[in-house]
Each structure stands twice: as structure tokens, then as C-alpha cells.
Write a protein of this length. Structure first.
Lengths: 264, 344
């Protein structure tokens, strides 16, 4: 399979927004991610690929300290956000998650109205001005390409939206917090092809303002939307590079086997 | 206290136990048997109600509304002559069966128990669901089941031996002295037997069922709600107060009502610590009280000696009142919990 490339100039130098250094993740005794190191360039889309169970979600959740929420999970190593280690003892994980947003595999809107979903972040951060919240809601929903579909039903329950709309609502909710990095864990895997292509278009747009790290099961999707790709296998980071390099001249035999379809 | 299993076997078991539900199993043998069993239960409840109504009918006529509005409970002079007649029903001379003291005691002790138990149970259930490592879950759940299995009289003994002296010697004097200016906290500190001790014992006794029900409601809610909030940069507290609890509001209300229903009907332990008040309404939270369930037990012996039978039937009438209240509370609780289940 020779995927088509997105027309991005790979030689262009960009600052590294995130630097992952020797990260290990354990679930109890189970060593789920082994010494992973990786740089993520600013305003780029980084795709994480690999077979099911290889540790993509595990790696992703290490980037915004979501493992803190899993009883029994432990992370070692460093993740630098603009050069600052997010696992340093003095760092507040809440402020990290404020700067590094996350969109999950299944759309998970709150059982509240569309509007209340979008402004959830600003609200808990103390914003009360209705005018401002409306403005944030509109801006975020527009960025998430959802505004036209929901502008007349902001006060309806979010759970009445379609799956694809719910996922874009979750993206809007994430944008409303104004993060610097957005992590996405297979955001389109529960969606139909049309909804998927909407999300993909959206990701293309998002990287202008944000840095995106996205887990995907689909190599075609990785090829379509990402600038860089990282391949994982059984809890190890095997290889990382520009998407075109990974798909056309992988250095590791295992990467080649995977992209040519020799693993599940 | 009864086992937890019939009410809180997890949302799946709960659904299966709903009478006449249109579950996919309806057509199968198991479905038919479940429906029959549920039908029999319902029938028993109706029969019990009818029986109580029939049995208490003379008392209902004799007492009229005073069973709910009067504070005097007096089975009358059994050695006197003549009789006291109301609505064509004769009882001993001077007999009056006002149940207000017991009704108030029942409601107040159960309500105050909720005040103590709800925050604690919410905290424990949230900890179990969101904080406890997997390997500690099972032992914790077992411990909760175990707590639910402790006989009521054991709680009552603990209440009598430990709690009541502690309340009487320390808590009540301290509170009435320092916070006496707050209504219902001032006045006589009492002996320790009373509303406060009863509410504490009740709170402890309903904790297991409340924790278990809230836990099941939280587990039925996708964990992603909590994670979604945390991923937006909320604190754990904000996630719980802004996202988790609001989205399971009706389920929590249901859990509280189930526990409230239990507290209303609890007998033995309350009887042992409530102070056995009669003919007087509580003046503050340390006053002796009495509950319907407790008074039925404690007054039964003297009521049996009433040759007219109205005393016995009046006690039964009180039991009927309790039955109806419990039935109403439980029904609302079920509806709330089922509504919550379905919303996911
Ligand atoms: N909370 C957990 N406790 C214990 N083990 C876990 C936990 N979460 C994941 N694992 C294990 O860690 C390994 C990596 O899981 P992870 O979810 O990161 O894989 P993945 O690459 O995202 O897979 P998929 O593509 O199926 O989502 C798996 O073997 C999984 O069973
Ligand atoms: Mg995954």
C-alpha cells in the first residue's frame, strides 16, 4: 500500500512542543510501555499506530497524566511540555490537563445541554459572564465544524445529537478550554465514513492553532491526516518518523511488516 | 437487617427483579418464572394490606384522624366501668390512641439518620468507584455485605453500651451548651437515649445499603464522565460535583430513599436507644423519642390485655401507617433508580 501524502513540507524546522523521554508505564506489575522516547513538533499532527493492545492509548494517556486517575497505574520517565517536565513533583496535573486536552474514543458528552457541554471547562475555571460563555461556545463550535448544525438547539440535551455530532461536540468542549496540545484516542472509530471524514478535515484545520497527537487504527487515516507517525508494538515504541518515511521506507522490519498488513 | 441482595444486586440483577418487565427474557421459561414470582410477591403485598385494613377497621373508626394528629397514647382504664365509644366502636374508658409522637419520632430519626449517612455514604461510594485499586474492591464489597448482615440487636447493644453514655456525657452537654442558641439544639441534654442516638445507630445501619446502591448507580454510569471532566482540567472534586453527581441525580435520590425506607422500619436497635418516649413530642435532638416500629413492640404486651381489642388494633393501625409510608418511599426509590438505569 502506498498512501498518498499530505502536502506538508517536512524539512521545515519546528519547535518540539512535547518531548517524551524514557517513559515507562506499569499497570500494577504489568509493564505496558517500555522506555518510549519521542518528540512531537509544534503545529503538527502526530499519528500513533500499531496493533490492538500494543499500548497506543497507554502512551497517549501518559502525555496528560491521565494515568493518575487509574488506580494501580504508574508512570516513570519524563514528558516535557515546552521544556518543562509535567511529571515534576511541583507540577499540578490539573493545570497540565488544562494545557493538554483530550478527546476520547467514544463520544462522551455530559448528560447536559449542548451549550453546557461546550462551556463546561470555562465554567469550572470560574467563568460566569453569560456573554463571554456564549462567545466561547460559538467560537469553539465553529472551530469544531458543528456550529451550523447545532446553533438552533444549544439548549437541547447533547445526548440527542448523532454520534458524529457528539464527537465534534467533545472536540468543541476541548477547544473551549483553549489547550495547546490535543490528544485524540481513535476519535473516529465509533463513527460512520461521512462523520469520520468530517473529523479528519477538522484535524487538518486544528493543527494551525494546536499540536495534535492522534491514535488511529487506520493506516489510511494516519497517512491522510498526519505529518509524523509513530509505530508501537507490544508495549514498545518501534519507530517514529515523518509519515511519508514510515509508510514508504520504514527502517524497522516490524514496521514494514505492519504497514504492509502482515500483522492484525 | 436483611441481606443486600434483593435490592442491590447491581443494575443487571435489579432489572431482572423488576416485576412484569418487558425484558428480552420475558418469553423464556426463566422469564415466565420470574414474572410468576414477582406476581406472587405483589399479591402478598396486596393481601397483607387488605388484611391489615380489615383487622384495623374498628380502630380506624374509633380513632379517626387522631391516630395521626394526637400525642396521647392511653389504652384506658381496664378496671373501670363502662366504656368509651367513638363511631360505634367501644374501647376501655378513657382510651385514646394518638400516634403523632411515634410518627414524628419515626420521620425525624430517619431524616436525621439521612443527614449523617448521606454525605458519608456518597464519599465512601465515590472512593470505592474512583480511588480504590481493583484488588481492594472485592474485600471492600465483602465488608459492606458483612456490615449489612450484622443483626440489628448487635447495633442496639453497641448503641446502649457505648453510644448512649457517650452522647449523654459528652455530645449532648457540649452541643446544648455551645450551640443551644440554634433551634432544636438547645435545652435539656437528656440521658443520651433519644433522637440523636437513634439517628446515629440508624445511619450506621443504613450505610451498607446506601453505599452499595450509590456504588451501583456510579458503576452504571460510564467512567468516561469522570475522565471527560478531568481531561478538561477540572479537579477531582469539581468532576464529582459538576459532572458525576449531577448526571446520576435521580439514582442517588433513589439510593437515599431506599435507605430512608429501611430506616423508617428499623425496630430493635431503635427501641434500645430511642428513649421510649410516650405522650410527648421531642423538644430538641437529644430528647427521647419513639418510633412506630418500636412502639408496636414495646406496647404490644399491654395492648393485648385490652379486652376490647381496640388497643391491639390501634397498634396494627400504626403498623399500617408505617407500611403505607414505606411502600410509597420504596416505590418512588425504585422508579428513580430504574429511570437512572435507563438513561444510560
Ligand atoms: N487499566 C489497565 N489495567 C491493566 N492493564 C491495562 C489497563 N489498560 C490497558 N491495559 C493493558 O495494557 C496493554 C496496552 O493497552 P492499550 O489500551 O494501551 O492498547 P491500545 O494500543 O490502545 O489498544 P487498542 O488499539 O485496542 O485501543 C494491553 O495489554 C492492555 O490489556
Ligand atoms: Mg486504545
Amino acid at each position: 500500500m502506498i498512501p498518498t501524502m499530505s502536502p506538508v513540507d517536512m524539512r521545515e524546522e519546528r519547535a518540539e512542543k512535547l518531548i517524551v523521554q524514557n517513559v515507562d508505564v506499569f499497570y500494577g506489575q504489568f509493564h505496558a510501555m517500555k522506555k518510549a522516547s519521542l518528540g512531537v513538533a509544534e503545529h503538527c499532527v502526530m499519528a500513533l499506530i500499531g496493533p490492538s493492545g500494543c499500548g497506543k492509548s497507554t502512551f497517549l494517556r501518559a502525555l496528560n497524566r491521565m494515568h493518575d486517575l487509574t488506580p494501580g497505574a504508574r508512570v516513570e520517565g519524563e514528558v516535557l511540555l515546552d521544556g518543562e517536565n509535567i511529571y515534576a513533583p511541583e507540577v499540578d496535573p490539573v493545570s497540565i490537563r488544562h494545557r493538554i486536552g483530550m478527546v476520547f474514543q467514544r463520544p462522551n458528552p455530559f448528560p447536559k445541554t449542548v451549550f453546557e457541554n461546550v462551556v463546561y471547562g470555562p465554567r469550572i475555571h470560574g467563568e460566569k459572564r453569560r456573554e463571554y460563555l456564549l462567545e466561547v461556545a460559538e467560537r469553539s463550535l465553529r472551530s469544531a465544524a458543528l456550529w451550523d448544525e447545532v446553533k438552533d438547539r444549544l439548549d437541547r440535551p447533547a445526548l440527542q445529537l448523532s454520534g458524529g455530532q457528539q464527537q465534534r461536540l467533545c472536540i468543541a468542549r476541548c477547544l473551549a478550554v483553549d489547550p495547546e496540545v490535543i490528544l485524540m484516542d481513535e476519535p473516529a472509530s465509533a463513527l460512520d465514513p461521512i462523520a469520520t471524514s468530517k473529523i479528519e478535515d477538522l484535524i487538518e484545520d486544528l493543527k494551525r492553532e494546536y499540536t495534535v497527537v492522534i491514535v488511529t487504527h487506520s493506516m489510511q487515516q494516519a497517512a491522510r491526516i498526519s505529518d509524523h507517525t509513530t509505530f508501537f508494538l507490544s508495549g514498545e515504541l518501534i519507530e517514529s518518523g515523518t509519515t511519508s518515511d514510515i509508510f514508504t521506507k520504514p527502517k524497522d522490519k516490524r514496521t514494514e511488516d505492519y504497514i504492509t498488513g502482515r500483522y492484525g | 437487617m436483611a441481606s443486600l441482595t434483593p435490592t442491590v444486586g447491581g443494575s443487571r440483577a435489579r432489572r431482572a427483579a423488576v416485576p412484569f418487565s418487558q425484558s428480552p427474557a420475558s418469553g423464556t421459561l426463566a422469564g415466565v418464572l420470574t414474572s410468576i414470582a414477582a406476581g406472587i410477591c405483589l399479591l402478598l403485598v396486596v393481601l397483607m394490606l387488605l388484611f391489615l385494613l380489615w383487622y384495623t377497621w374498628p380502630a380506624i373508626r374509633y380513632n379517626g384522624l387522631s391516630i395521626l394528629s394526637d400525642i396521647t397514647w392511653n389504652i384506658g382504664n381496664q378496671y373501670g366501668t363502662g366504656s368509651s365509644i367513638h363511631n360505634g366502636v367501644a374501647a376501655e374508658p378513657g382510651a385514646e390512641f394518638g400516634g403523632l409522637v411515634f410518627l414524628v419520632g419515626t420521620l425525624l430519626s430517619a431524616l436525621l439518620a439521612m443527614v449523617f449517612a448521606v454525605p458519608l455514604a456518597l464519599g465512601v461510594a465515590l472512593t470505592i468507584v474512583y480511588r480504590l485499586p481493583e484488588r481492594l474492591r472485592l474485600p471492600t464489597n465483602a465488608l459492606i455485605e458483612l456490615m449489612a448482615g450484622i443483626p440489628s440487636v448487635v447495633y442496639g447493644l453497641w448503641g446502649t453500651i457505648v453510644l448512649v453514655p457517650w452522647v449523654g456525657n459528652h455530645v449532648a452537654p457540649f452541643v446544648t451548651h455551645h450551640f443551644g442558641f440554634i433551634p432544636f439544639l438547645g435545652g435539656d441534654a437528656g440521658s443520651g437515649n433519644g433522637l440523636f442516638a437513634a439517628a446515629i445507630v440508624l445511619a450506621i445501619m443504613v450505610m451498607p445499603i446506601m453505599v452499595a446502591t450509590v456504588r451501583d448507580v456510579l458503576l452504571a454510569q460510564p467512567k468516561s464522565i469522570y475522565e471527560a471532566s478531568m481531561a478538561l482540567g477540572s479537579t477531582s472534586w469539581q468532576a464529582v460535583t459538576h459532572a458525576v453527581l449531577p448526571s446520576v441525580r435521580t439514582g442517588i435520590v433513589g439510593a437515599i430513599l431506599v435507605a430512608f425506607g429501611r430506616a423508617l422500619g428499623e425496630t430493635m436497635a431503635v427501641l434500645m436507644v430511642a428513649g421510649n418516649a410516650i405522650n410527648i413530642l421531642p423538644q430538641n435532638i437529644f430528647s427521647p423519642i419513639n418510633t412506630i416500629a418500636a412502639v408496636v413492640v414495646s406496647q404490644l404486651e399491654s395492648a393485648v390485655s385490652d379486652a376490647s381489642g381496640v388497643a391491639q388494633r390501634s397498634l396494627a393501625e400504626l403498623a399500617l401507617v408505617l407500611f403505607v409510608i414505606s411502600l410509597a418511599v420504596n416505590t418512588i426509590a425504585r422508579v428513580a433508580i430504574r429511570g437512572q438505569d435507563r438513561s444510560h
